[in-house]
Design a protein around this ligand. Structure first.
Ligand SMILES: [Zn+2]
Ligand SMILES: [Zn+2]
Length: 232
């Protein structure tokens, strides 16, 4: 069906056959040297391939072990996430999952990434899920798990309480805001597992860090983050 219908690129509006046109995809996907642990851009000094770690992660290792990000949360590529989340353009979730899967294949060869045992999305609060009608993280995680050949568990993590939007808070308030925000979903056991956590955007890393901390507290041996975009 899709092959019969021309589509407008979700970023630039050019009418062609893909969800995102080749030109925009190339701009979005220009790989940058990033911290292996948190995916912060490392600047040109760090050569690609040797996958070093940023000074912040070296001095204060976060609760997660590795992060894979497609690009920076900046214009124009932030349009992919914004259109998915606020415009309900669900094909973009599948597109982002495909790009993440390709990036994973490339990165696993050079950076020694190992496949998680299970992929889980960062859950939305029930209130926000009801407002939006879908969890964008799950919409990315489901096709990504299929492409990587990994089990997906939508309820692995549960929101234990509603929290104000992180974007409205400074870093200290973000961390306090997240206290007891997540727990293990009913019936789940992560002891001895390598968990892949999927989210659309990683900003300060506080939310993903807290989710990773909870998983480790329940016995997860390793947590790898797979995020579409990362605040530089
Ligand atoms: Zn385009
Ligand atoms: Zn780092």
């Amino acid at each position: 069906m899709r092959a019969l219908l021309p589509a407008a690129c979700a970023l630039c509006g050019t009418v062609q056959d893909e969800t995102v046109c080749a030109g925009c995809a190339e701009e979005l996907l220009a790989p940058l040297p990033r911290c292996r642990c948190c995916a912060r851009p490392l600047g040109r000094a760090a050569g690609p391939g040797n996958a070093p770690i940023c000074s912040q992660c070296r001095y204060e290792p976060p609760p997660f072990d590795a992060t894979l990000a497609l690009g920076d949360y900046a214009s124009p590529q932030d349009g992919t996430v914004l259109a998915l989340k606020f415009g309900g353009v669900l094909p973009l979730a599948d597109w982002l999952a495909g790009e993440l899967a390709s990036r994973w294949q490339a990165a696993s060869a050079t950076c020694g990434l190992t496949l998680p045992d299970v992929l889980a999305p960062i859950p939305l609060s029930p209130r926000r899920l009801a407002e939006r009608g879908f969890n964008q993280s799950w919409e990315i995680a489901r096709p990504l798990a299929r492409r990587l050949g990994v089990r997906a568990a939508p309820t692995l993590l549960a929101r234990l309480r509603d929290t104000p939007a992180q974007a409205t808070l400074d870093l200290a308030a973000r961390q306090a805001n997240l206290q007891d925000a997540f727990g293990l979903g009913p019936g789940h056991d992560v002891a001895g597992l390598h968990v892949g956590l999927v989210d659309d955007v990683m900003t300060s890393g506080a939310t993903l860090g807290e989710a990773a901390r909870v998983l480790k507290a329940h016995g997860a041996t390793r947590v790898t983050l797979l995020v579409a975009l990362r605040t530089p």
